[in-house]
Design a protein around this ligand. Structure first.
Ligand code: E4P
Length: 220
């Protein structure tokens, strides 16, 4: 089971990577825009901090352009960078070609199980179904994960990993993992929330205060 960070903020990657449990990072053009920084520099810095797969997204919309961009990114960036392409027919062509060249591809913007299946057949390393964006339009995003995992369980020959994306809260992460999702990518605040419980905080407070009493009494 892999936990990825969904961010283009290098300091956030550094923080979560320092916990020792970060398996990879996903970015997208909107996250790069939010960072206000140069795309390749950001990806390079992230890839030097985290040695798991780092997704860098192409912006060409035709297969030829996606393939060229993918190859250029692979050449310019560290080895652990993989190429993210949109789930369109042109994206499938690019996925097939890039995968056959040994380049890892993450097919993104998946909103139904048939898209996931097609991307897997094209040789994707990861397929990224978007849970939260389906919730946003009144669907149950988790149902999509459940459907995909059910299909995957019937076809053990599928080696493509299901990467649950557009995660909005810690419960989404746990639901995805309960369904057997290989990977979940989430923003930094969700990583922090996954490690947070008020009883842990109050428990520490009480232990420290009792220990201070022990020291005051000279019994330490
Ligand atoms: C995944 O790779 C995407 O970058 C991301 O999960 C999208 O999430 P959003 O719907 O919160 O933008």
């Amino acid at each position: 089971m892999e936990l990825f960070l969904d961010t283009a903020e290098v300091e956030e990657v550094r923080e979560i990577a320092s916990w020792g449990i970060l398996d990879g990072v996903t970015t997208n053009p909107s996250l790069i825009k939010k960072s206000g920084r140069d795309f390749k520099k950001v990806i390079k810095e992230i890839a030097e901090i985290c040695d798991g797969p780092i997704s860098a997204e192409v912006t060409a919309m035709d297969a030829k352009g996606m393939i060229e961009e993918g190859i250029e990114l692979k050449d310019a960036l560290p080895k652990n960078v993989i190429i993210k392409v949109p789930c369109t027919p042109q994206g499938l062509i690019a996925t097939k070609e890039l995968s056959s060249m040994g380049i890892g591809v993450n097919v993104t913007l998946i909103f139904n199980a048939s898209q996931a299946l097609m991307a897997a057949k094209a040789g994707a390393m990861y397929v990224s179904p978007f849970v939260g964006r389906l919730d946003d339009i009144g669907h149950e995003g988790i149902d999509l994960i459940s459907q995909i995992m059910q299909i995957w369980s019937g076809y053990p020959e599928i080696k493509t990993k299901v990467l649950a994306a557009s995660i909005r809260h810690p419960t989404h992460v746990l639901q995805c993992l309960q369904l057997g999702t290989h990977t979940a990518t989430m923003p930094t605040n969700i990583f922090r929330q996954l490690m947070k419980h008020p009883l842990t905080d109050s428990g520490i407070e009480r232990f420290l205060s009792d220990w201070a009493d022990v020291e005051d009494a000279g019994n330490a």
